[in-house]
Design a protein around this ligand. Structure first.
Ligand code: SAM
Length: 289
């Protein structure tokens, strides 16, 4: 089977199998070899690595990954793509194709079965309609992983990288920073895909770290505080916290915690950095006890 990553061979495969794109699955296949090289280089794949690819499509990036990694596990939801993948990847003994929904499959089980529970690398040109649940799922379930190198919609990459006080800053920015170090790898124009998406894309690498884990008393509570603070973006932090029914924090307690942090009573949640949210949630948990 010819190498993919260019227009001619992609069209040939699509015609051979009479494949019709399914919009609901966010199918935009990469047809640019330079971008594919950039992604796999950024992911720093070595021949010891086990790579999880989310949404292999017709196997374009899978071929690049299989050339470098020890093992590639490719999880694809679209049943119609499985015979195509079996064809385009027939030369590779180190690829396992799994026909499942990435949001439902037991990723921890995959890591145990294929990499003895040791950290894997995730590489994907993600289906944009479920980017955030996929990334949050990987982090929150504490899947053993070294890093995630992914193509996302440009606006999502901007939100992942944003800092306090900017319009893109929010719960996603804080979650990404809590679990990883984000770094933009490359911008990718719509012309690199077939069919062309209506949005610009960006490749971003999230290198996993554990540096905040020991500092946090209750991770679920921290993220509940963060979500409450951004629910009503234009309101003060004290309002956001005391209006969130699920937290059990009244106005007095919210203001005392804010004062303890040395912040003005009228401060807005969007100005706090991750370390301040951690301090705030730890203080509120202690006050509860
Ligand atoms: N990796 C290929 C490439 O770069 O050419 C295809 C990328 S395409 C943007 C996204 C792929 O994810 C499609 O093949 C789509 O069918 C698949 N997909 C969509 N939703 C999925 C899900 N919930 N679980 C697994 N795969 C999914």
């Amino acid at each position: 089977m010819a190498a993919l990553g260019n227009v001619t061979n992609t069209i040939e495969v699509l015609q051979k199998h009479q494949f019709h794109f399914r919009k609901k699955y966010g199918q935009n296949f990469l047809i640019d070899g330079n971008i594919l090289e950039k992604i796999v280089n950024a992911a720093q794949i070595t021949e010891q690595d086990c790579v999880l690819e989310i949404g292999p499509g017709i196997g374009t990036m899978t071929q690049y990954l299989a050339e470098r990694a020890r093992a590639v596990i490719a999880v694809e939801i679209d049943k119609g793509l499985i015979p195509i993948l079996e064809d385009t990847l027939s030369a590779y003994r180190n690829v396992t194709i799994i026909n499942e929904d990435i949001l439902k499959v037991d990723i921890g089980g995959i890591v145990r079965e294929h990499n003895g529970g040791k950290p894997i690398k995730v590489v994907a040109n993600l289906p944009y309609y479920i980017t955030t649940p996929i990334i949050m799922g990987l982090f929150e379930k504490h899947v053993a992983l070294q890093g995630i190198t992914i193509m996302v919609q440009k606006e999502v990459a901007d939100r992942m990288q944003a800092g306090p006080g900017t319009k893109d800053y929010g719960a996603l920015s804080l979650a990404v920073r809590y679990y990883s170090e984000p770094e933009i790898v490359s911008k990718v124009p719509a012309s690199c895909f077939m069919p062309r998406p209506n949005v610009d894309s960006t490749v971003i690498r999230l290198t996993r770290h554990e540096k905040y884990v020991s500092a946090v008393k209750d991770e679920d509570f921290l993220f509940a505080i963060i979500r409450a603070s951004f629910n009503q973006r234009r309101k003060t932090l004290a309002n956001g916290l005391s209006n969130a029914g699920n937290l059990g924090i009244d106005r007095e307690k919210a203001e005392a915690a804010i004062e303890k942090l040395g912040l003005p009573r009228t401060v807005r949640g969007e100005t706090l950095c991750l370390e301040q949210f951690i301090e705030l949630s730890n203080y509120l948990i202690m006050a509860e006890a």
